[in-house]
Design a protein around this ligand. Structure first.
Ligand code: RIB
Length: 294
């Protein structure tokens, strides 16, 4: 079973700062690192490190072949990643002393998709394969439409949330993973149990997963709800923690783990990821996750 992850590849420029910059303020950073990121690339790396087969569907600027090499080195199938003229997607990320971040995105190559390209990239997908998708590439509606027509399963992480998301046919998602902000925008409620009740009514066949940062995560499916507390770890950088969670959750489902075990494994992987600076560099291996859980 293959995961086709239609997702962004970003060049992340990560600045360590004493606090997140205020309006009108000029602030010197303590350090700067350039690493592979993007919600799509991060999730592909997490799926691969968790042990599932993932083909990344994405695009980068031709001067950033190193990013593709790093994806491949992490175990991701990059045969559907194209290098094109023009800039890659990139992110300017501030990380403060508490490990919180703020991010400015530039879409670049991530915003250059169309139906023809997506049909070619998903041509080999067969019923039962997964489409994994976030919200940093254009033409999500087309990707979801193709996946439905090919009887693929769909895992959707609508991050970062935009107004257009509500118009997508989310009732076709097998897995929907949202954080508190995304959940509130989708459901209109900020209460986790109410969110789950509203979304379960709206999307009855979908596995709903709500991540709550330091308060853990919830998974609801088939009338049952599972809760997992967050693990207590020293936070260096939360960038990519949500992506690590998504990749591990999906790979664990594919591996046949039950819902409770999937949630536990995803939470453990996400907790480990906040101990290291940077998005893809911080995504743990399956062995790290197993030994931490033990
Ligand atoms: O989720 C973290 C990611 O968000 C970063 O890697 C950055 O590229 C932005 O897309």
């Amino acid at each position: 079973m293959t995961v086709y992850n239609f997702g962004s590849i970003n060049i992340d420029m990560v600045y360590r700062v004493p606090h997140l910059v205020n309006a009108g303020e000029t602030l010197s950073s303590r350090s700067m690192e350039t690493v592979l990121g993007g919600k799509g690339a991060n999730q592909s790396v997490a799926v691969a490190r968790a042990g599932a087969h993932v083909k990344h569907v994405g695009r980068v600027g031709s001067s950033d072949q190193w990013a593709v090499d790093q994806l491949r080195d992490a175990g991701v199938d990059v045969s559907l990643v194209e290098s094109i003229d023009g800039p890659s997607g990139h992110a300017i990320i501030q990380v403060d002393d508490a490990g919180e971040n703020s991010i400015i995105l530039h879409g670049g190559a991530n915003q250059s998709f169309n139906r023809t390209l997506l049909e070619v990239h998903l041509e080999q997908a067969v019923p039962g394969d997964w489409l994994l998708v976030q919200n940093e590439c254009n033409d999500l509606a087309t990707a979801i439409d193709i996946a439905i027509s090919k009887q693929m399963r769909i895992a959707f992480n609508p991050a970062p949330m935009t107004a257009e998301i509500s118009a997508l046919p989310l009732e076709n998602c097998d897995v929907l993973i949202v954080n508190e902000t995304e959940a509130e925008q989708l459901s209109g409620s900020s209460d986790p149990d109410e969110v789950m009740a509203i979304l379960a009514k709206r999307y009855p066949r979908t596995r709903l997963v709500l991540t709550l940062g330091s308060k853990g995560a919830l998974l609801q499916f088939d009338g049952k709800i599972y809760r997992q507390a967050a693990l207590d770890v020293a936070v260096v950088d939360t960038t990519g923690a949500g992506d690590t969670f998504v990749g591990y959750l999906l790979a664990s489902l594919i591996d046949g783990l039950d819902d409770e075990a999937c949630l536990q494994r995803a939470c453990t992987a996400a907790a480990l990821s906040v101990k290291t600076l940077g998005a893809t560099p911080s995504i743990p291996t399956a062995a790290d996750v197993e030994s931490f859980a033990a």
